[in-house]
Design a protein around this ligand. Structure first.
Ligand SMILES: [Zn+2]
Ligand SMILES: [Zn+2]
Length: 171
């Protein structure tokens, strides 16, 4: 299963490449691309945030054997939640991850390492949903649900054995 990471607007140099390189099994590489999106259509002026469910509809249907995941720096929300790190169509092979809420409080060289690890972990999470995985109770599994950025650090950017088994048997 190959992954196409789509920059939605400006993405810092080499960020998408670093995330792609860090994807675990069963992902087998892919490519980085770019998608022009109409952000204004999904912008909620009252909340000053972007509607995640609206934005994901701008991600096209992926071709056979591919997953499509949009990377964005805008602040995403869903109606019942203050913010979300990402969204995906369950089993639909497409999703979105935002790094807006994932910036670490630290500064300096380690900050970039932490940020890329968090983004990669949430990309693995949304890709899992996009292939039909649901949330997992194992704390370090990428499919565990995280509500805070520090919670993302408790997870690994890969699946627990049970989730990996579910995933590989469905591919
Ligand atoms: Zn989730
Ligand atoms: Zn799991």
């Amino acid at each position: 299963m190959k992954t196409r990471l789509l920059a939605l607007g400006d993405v810092p140099p080499r960020l998408a490449e670093a995330v792609l390189a860090g994807l675990p099994r069963p992902y087998t590489g892919g490519e980085v691309g770019r998608l022009e999106i109409a952000l204004g259509r999904c912008y909620d002026r009252t909340r000053a945030q972007v509607d995640a469910a609206c934005l994901i509809e701008q991600i096209p249907e992926p071709g056979p054997g591919w997953l499509l995941l949009g990377l964005t720096g805008v602040d995403l929300f869903m109606p019942a939640l203050t913010y979300v790190f990402g969204i995906s169509h369950l089993g639909g092979r497409r999703g979105i991850v935002s790094w807006f809420r994932l910036h670490p409080e630290e500064t300096g060289p380690s900050a970039q390492t932490i940020l890329i690890r968090r983004i990669t972990t949430e990309v693995v999470h949304e890709l899992g949903h996009s292939l039909g995985l649901v949330h997992c109770v194992v704390p370090e599994c990428a499919m565990h649900r995280s509500l805070w950025p520090e919670g993302v650090d408790l997870k690994h950017p890969e699946y627990c054995p049970a989730c990996l088994e579910t995933l590989t048997s469905s591919l």
